[in-house]
Design a protein around this ligand. Structure first.
Ligand code: TYM
Length: 355
């Protein structure tokens, strides 16, 4: 049965309320973040702002990817603390358990089963060529474990277990999405079905975002040591922005910006108004010098303005264990219901039948 036909049949079935019927036609959205530290501006502007937009109009699943973080063998005591931090930060940013299903990956055992099944659609050659695998293997040659190799399969499982349409992520996850589409298509082709959808990265403003670090090159990241965190105090933010790499100023009118200056403008673009960006862009183009100090002051001020309300909420939420327990148990229940349905259908397609 095609997806549309099955949706119409589902729509007509039983005594569903009107709201339940509408949900059937909503797009499914899924995304997750690893609990390997606190959320930083890269996570926020690369992923979270889209989570917040999408929870308003879609059927959303947002989770904490704790199994994914095992590739680096986290200290068990720290794992729980980190999951709690990310969960509190999700909620402080405005993720709403009334609108989205919020859960912890390891609470959903069906993900482990689908991961096993999808591993049969993944080939060694392509896994070894994945950019994230090659980077991690180069950085940690003593810990090239199988979980690292099959990381994209686990990520594909997260997405396919709810048969998601859209996956809001930053630019660094683009290749993983492409692999997910490959596994979905391979599964469909092998079993002669049109079961898994082709999920796409959710793109706002037409492009996937890469928030740079303040150290002049590359992306902002927890392991890169160049991040501004949502929980950073204003003084810390000012200090970090002040220490960003600059030079003596433009070497003439309308010259191209070097990467480390372009990076400051990228950050300004996400936290400040278009007028502020245009003002400093204009200063650059006139070739004037000695305004970097003002730009950094403005940038720090605007980051502080954006993060302060979130930071203030984080601590309140983190101290409310009863609320965190309620969010994760209810989230796990809803996520498992959807995952169980997928597993039932996948098992049947693959020929696993009860006697
Ligand atoms: P993770 O935990 O590294 O990052 C979480 C999200 O933040 C985005 N991000 C950035 N975006 C722009 N600029 C940056 N500097 C930046 N740094 C991080 C990431 O693109 C991501 O959207 N594999 C994923 C977690 C995951 C997942 C999934 C995501 C597991 N299963 C299923 C989506 C769907 C990861 O390691 O993200």
């Amino acid at each position: 049965m095609s997806t549309n036909v099955s949706k119409i049949v589902e729509f007509q079935q039983e005594n569903r309320t009107f709201a339940e019927k509408l949900i059937i036609f909503m797009k499914t959205v899924l995304s997750g973040i690893r609990p390997t530290g606190n959320l930083h501006l890269g996570n926020y502007y690369g992923a979270m702002v889209n989570f917040l937009k999408m929870q308003e109009e879609n059927k959303c699943y947002f989770f904490i990817a704790d199994w994914h973080s095992l590739t680096t063998h986290p200290d068990p005591k720290m794992l729980h603390v980190n999951v709690k931090n990310i969960l509190s930060e999700y909620l402080a940013c405005g993720l709403d358990p009334e609108k989205a299903t919020i859960y912890i990956q390891s609470d959903i055992p069906e993900i482990a089963e689908l991961y096993l099944l999808l591993n049969m659609q993944a080939y060694l050659g392509e896994l070894e060529k994945t950019v994230s695998f090659k980077d991690k293997a180069r950085q940690n040659p003593d810990n090239v474990n199988a979980g690292l190799l099959t990381y994209p399969v686990l990520m594909a499982t997260d997405i396919l277990v709810h048969n998601a349409d859209y996956v809001p992520v930053g630019k660094d996850q683009e290749q993983h999405l492409e692999m997910t589409r490959n596994y979905a298509a391979r599964f469909n082709h092998r079993y002669g079905v049109n079961y898994f959808k082709q999920p796409t990265a959710f793109v706002s403003d037409q492009k996937l975002v890469k928030i740079p670090g303040l150290d002049g090159s590359g992306k902002m990241g927890k392991s890169e040591g160049n991040a501004i965190y949502l929980i950073d105090e204003p003084k810390t933010i000012e200090k970090k922005v002040k220490s960003a790499l600059t030079d003596n100023g433009p070497e003439g009118q309308n010259t191209p910006k070097p990467e480390y200056i372009e990076n400051l403008f990228t950050l300004l673009h996400v936290v400040s108004t278009p007028e502020v960006v245009a003002y400093y862009d204009n200063l650059w183009n006139t070739g004037e010098t000695k305004w970097y100090g003002n730009l950094k002051k403005q940038l720090a001020e605007d980051i502080i303005k954006a993060t302060t309300p979130i930071r203030e909420r984080i601590n309140d939420i983190k101290n409310n264990d009863a609320y965190l327990h309620k969010v994760t148990t209810e989230g796990a229940e809803k996520a498992r219901e959807s995952a169980r349905k997928t597993l039932r259908e996948v098992r049947e397609i693959m020929g696993f039948k009860a006697f």
